[in-house]
Design a protein around this ligand. Sequence first.
Ligand code: GRF
Length: 200
Amino acid sequence: MKRLGILLSGRGSNFEAIADNVAAGKIPAEIAVVISNRPEARGLEVARQRGLNAVCIPSKGMEREAYDRLLIEELKKNRVDLICLAGFMRLLSAMFVREFPLRILNIHPSLLPAFPGLDAQHQALEHGVKISGCTVHFVDENLDAGPIIVQAAVPVLNDDTVETLSARILKEEHRIYTEAINIVLSGKFRIEGRRVILED
Ligand code: GRF
């Protein structure tokens, strides 16, 4: 059984969707550890309630590499095969990324490379795009930048607010994160340049 490590900082709805699909047998893996860098993260509480191994490693005031070394230690201790960032609000160091080549995924609420960084849904509305969506990608040392595994598009409607657009995107996030995890766990893909090519 493959072992997942989930990193989060807040609400944790993507984590919950993954945990539901693991429990339903839709992801052939188990959740080995859920790590939050914020003690108050709702996702951490949800993980505890589900009886999962929930660990808080507070990042406040810590230097990036020193913090990442703690993360690496915890992830290795739990023999994690794949790391899923699920609303983890911290940039990872190149050192961290090198430890887990092609084994770190992130989800972002825009069609990358449009609108990386914070408040992607707000950026999309401000820019006036007619279509937005979400992206699951491999993590490299740059922000929201690695090779793209799965994307889903949603329309931007005339009366959308950040809240309504975010909710429409979030529904797709919950679906495609599982899809991407399954692709990566299956190993049935190759990478050519920036392209993740599915082999099936
Ligand atoms: C999601 O919109 C995700 O795309 C972004 O942060 C948000 C996390 O939401 N990276 P949740 O904590 O999974 O509910």
